[in-house]
Design a protein around this ligand. Structure first.
Ligand SMILES: [Zn+2]
Ligand SMILES: [Zn+2]
Length: 165
């Protein structure tokens, strides 16, 4: 987690929408607040389910389109995801990601050493670089523990199999 910026995220959001001529409707505000309330990097589906608690008549399509608009004007970021489901990010401060390839969880972490990694010159020449982030893929402690448990179980089954003639 990062230290809170002086401006609270909701007024920053409202300011950003005004800048881009996007009307701050109650629904849009509810969608943004749901994003903030959810754990980091929610999918559109998770945001939809959260917003529907307050606005039961809202459609998934509205939520999805609104999120894409938010990404367009830069109030949220889309997050790379190996599962193919687009995930959203409200934390626009520089940070890096840990991806669990088993459960799909994306965890934020900060590291000033990684922040300083230079974008190679040839990339900077060809690309208009908007940002950089280090993504570490792996298996989270929860999934690793589950794996170990499952292996242990199947291991004991195998042992029994070999024990019985
Ligand atoms: Zn995991
Ligand atoms: Zn993040």
């Amino acid at each position: 987690m990062h230290e809170q910026t002086i401006q609270d995220p909701v007024s920053a959001f409202v300011g950003r929408c005004r800048e881009h001529g996007l009307k701050v409707t109650p629904q849009r505000l509810a969608i943004y607040k749901a994003l903030l309330k959810l754990q980091v990097h929610p999918s559109a589906d998770a945001v939809y389910r959260k917003v529907a608690e307050e606005y039961p008549t809202i459609s998934f399509d509205t939520v999805n389109r609104t999120l894409l608009t938010f990404a367009d004007i830069g109030v949220v970021e889309t997050v790379e995801s190996h599962s193919g489901v687009r995930r959203y990010e409200t934390d626009l401060a520089p940070h890096h990601h840990l991806h669990c390839v088993k459960c799909g969880e994306i965890i934020d972490f900060c590291d000033s050493g990684l922040d300083e990694v230079e974008v190679p010159a040839r990339i900077r020449e060809e690309y208009h670089v908007l940002g950089k982030r280090v993504v570490i893929r792996g298996i989270c402690p929860k999934c690793a523990a589950k794996d170990a448990l499952e292996k242990e179980k199947s291991g004991s089954v195998e042992n029994r199999k070999t024990a019985t003639p």
